[in-house]
Write a protein that binds this ligand. Structure first.
Ligand code: GDP
Ligand code: GDP
Length: 449
C-alpha cells in the first residue's frame, strides 16, 4: 500500500531543506530511509502522531531565474502531481517575490491540496508578515520557523488533517489481486481498487436472487477473493464498466444461508460488510413495505457514511397502481434520512428493472470518489457566506477537500460555527458539486485570524 505523499516545493533559499530536516529530525520519527532516485531527490518515510507519510524534498529542482515553465523539471512536475499535500514554502522575512507568484500560478494547475508555509516566522512580528502571502490566492499561510522549530507541530497537525484517510485493510495486498485465466492480474497494484458493493437487507427480501441476477447477467469473469472478515468470500465480477467487488453478506450466497439463517447473525454480518463497502444496495421487500428492521438497517448504513441505493424488490407482485404509489410514499416517509438515495423498483426474480442499477451505481461511486479543486470549494463557501453570513463575526477563512470516500471537507474557521450554519454550508457544497445521495463530511479547524 502506498503511503500518502507530502511534497515540499518553493524557490531556493526559502528554507525547504531546513523544513524537511525539521520535520524528519525532530518532530517525526523516521520510519525508513529511502535512497533517492536521483542524487538531489530526498524522500523519507516519517510518522506524526500515528500517521505515516512519505516526505519528498524538491530542493534544488527549481532554480531562480527567468521563465518558470522551463525550470519546472519533469521530476518536480511528477512529484507534485502525485502529492497528497503540497507544502509551498515561502520566506516571511523576505516577503512575496515574483518567483513565488510564478510557482503559485503553476501550482494552481494541479489537483492536490496546497498549503502555503510562511517559513522564517521566527517571532510574532514575522508571523504577522505572513498575511502578505494571501495575495497568492492559495489560502491562509501557515507560519513556521523551520530553523527554530517554532510552530512545527502545528504545521504537522494541519498537514495530517489534509491527508486522505486511507484504510489500510481495504486495499488488498498486491499479492492478493486475483488473476485471470492467463495469469494476468485483474487490476494493477496502485490502481484504484474496484468499487465494493454490499447487498444488504432482511432475510428473504431477495438478496441472493438479486446477487445471482447481477452476477449472472454480465458474467464474464467471476472470482472468489478472500473477504475482509474471516469466513467471508467476496466476489469479483468483471463487467464491461470495469471490475466490481460484491462484498459477502449473510444470505447473499447459498453457502452462507445454511448456517447464517438466524436473523441476528445475518444482521451482524451485513453491518460488517457495510463498513467494507463503497456503496450499499438496501433490498426491501415491496410486498411487506418498510419494516422496523429495514429502518434500523438503513439508519446504520447511513451512519457509516456509505451511500445507499434502495432496491424495492418483488415489484412485479404489486399490480395495483394505488398500492404502488402507497409503497413509494412509505419508502420516502420511513427512510427520509437517506436523503436523495436513488430508489429502484425491480424484480430480482424476472430481472425487470435490474439494468437501471448500473448507471446509478456508476454515478454514486463517482460521487463518492469525487475530488473538488480547492479554489472551487473556496468559491462556493465564500459565495454561501456572502449570501447568508453566519453573523457575530464568525467566518470560514479557507476550505478544502481533504479526503474522498466519502468526500470530506475541512473548513478553517475563526470560531466554532453553529450546527445550523454547518448544515447550510454542507447543503451549499452538496448542491454546487452535485453530490447526490453521497454522504459528505465536514471537519472544522479553528484558526486565529
Ligand atoms: P532551500 O534552498 O529552500 O532548501 O533553503 P535552505 O533550507 O537551504 O535554507 C536557506 C537559508 O535559510 C539557510 O541559511 C537556513 O539556515 C535559513 N533558514 C531556513 N529556515 C529558517 C528559519 O525558519 N528562520 C531563519 N531565520 N532562517 C532560516
Ligand atoms: P435473501 O434471503 O434475501 O437472500 O432472499 P432470497 O434471494 O433467497 O429470496 C427469498 C425468496 O424471495 C425466494 O423464494 C425468491 O425466489 C423470492 N424472490 C426474490 N426476488 C423476488 C422477486 O423479485 N419477485 C418475487 N416474486 N419473488 C422474489
Amino acid at each position: 500500500m502506498s503511503l500518502p505523499t507530502i511534497v515540499v516545493v518553493g524557490r531556493p533559499n526559502v528554507g525547504k531543506s531546513t523544513l524537511f530536516n525539521r520535520i524528519i529530525g525532530e518532530q517525526a520519527a523516521i520510519v525508513e530511509d529511502r535512497p533517492g532516485v536521483t542524487r538531489d531527490r530526498k524522500e523519507l518515510e516519517a510518522e506524526w502522531l500515528g500517521t505515516k507519510f512519505l516526505l519528498v524534498d524538491t530542493g534544488g529542482w527549481l532554480p531562480s531565474g527567468s521563465d518558470l515553465d522551463e525550470k519546472v523539471s519533469r521530476q518536480v512536475e511528477a512529484a507534485v502531481q502525485n502529492a497528497d499535500v503540497v507544502l509551498f514554502v515561502v520566506d516571511a522575512s523576505v516577503g512575496l517575490t515574483d518567483d513565488d507568484t510564478q510557482i503559485a500560478q503553476w501550482l494552481r494547475r494541479i489537483k492536490s491540496p496546497v498549503l502555503v508555509v510562511a517559513n522564517k516566522a521566527d517571532n510574532d512580528r514575522r508571523e504577522n508578515d505572513r498575511w502578505e502571502f494571501l495575495a497568492l490566492g492559495m489560502g491562509e499561510p501557515v507560519p513556521v520557523s523551520a530553523l527554530h522549530g517554532r510552530r512545527a507541530g502545528d504545521l504537522l497537525d494541519e498537514v495530517c488533517a489534509l491527508l486522505p484517510q486511507r484504510d489500510g485493510d481495504l486495499q488488498p495486498d498486491p499479492d492478493d489481486i486475483p488473476v485471470d485465466e492467463e495469469g494476468e492480474k485483474l487490476w494493477k497494484a496502485g490502481d484504484t481498487a474496484p468499487p465494493r458493493v454490499a447487498i444488504v437487507g432482511r432475510p428473504n427480501v431477495g438478496k441472493s436472487t438479486l446477487f445471482n441476477r447481477l452476477v449472472g447477467e454480465d458474467r464474464s469473469v467471476v472470482h472468489d477473493m478472500a473477504g475482509t472478515t474471516r469466513d467471508a468470500i467476496d466476489t469479483l465480477v468483471d463487467t464491461p464498466d470495469g471490475p466490481i467487488v460484491f462484498v459477502d453478506t449473510a444470505g447473499m450466497r447459498r453457502r452462507s444461508r445454511i448456517d447464517d439463517s438466524a436473523e441476528y447473525y445475518s444482521l451482524v454480518r451485513a453491518l460488517r460488510a457495510i463498513d467494507d463497502s463503497d456503496i450499499a444496495l438496501l433490498v426491501i421487500d415491496a410486498t411487506e413495505g418498510v419494516t422496523a428492521q429495514d429502518q434500523r438497517l438503513a439508519e446504520r448504513v447511513d451512519a457509516s457514511g456509505c451511500p445507499i441505493v434502495v432496491m424495492l424488490n418483488k415489484w412485479e407482485l404489486i399490480e395495483d397502481p394505488e398500492q404502488r404509489l402507497e409503497i413509494e410514499n412509505e419508502v420516502h416517509r420511513k427512510l427520509y434520512f437517506v436523503g436523495d438515495a436513488p430508489i429502484l423498483k425491480i424484480s430480482a426474480l424476472t430481472g425487470k428493472g435490474v439494468h437501471k442499477l448500473r448507471p446509478v451505481l456508476q454515478e454514486s461511486i463517482e460521487q463518492y470518489h469525487r475530488r473538488v479543486p480547492t479554489r472551487d470549494v473556496n468559491r462556493v463557501i465564500s459565495d454561501a457566506q456572502q449570501r447568508q453570513p453566519a453573523g457575530h463575526g464568525l467566518r470560514v477563512l479557507y476550505a478544502l477537500q481533504g479526503a474522498t470516500d466519502p468526500p470530506t471537507f475541512t473548513l478553517f474557521v475563526n470560531r466554532e460555527l453553529p450546527q445550523t450554519y454547518m448544515r447550510y454550508l454542507e447543503r451549499s457544497i452538496r448542491e454546487a458539486f452535485e453530490f447526490g445521495s453521497t454522504p459528505i463530511k465536514l471537519r472544522v479547524r479553528k484558526r486565529s485570524e
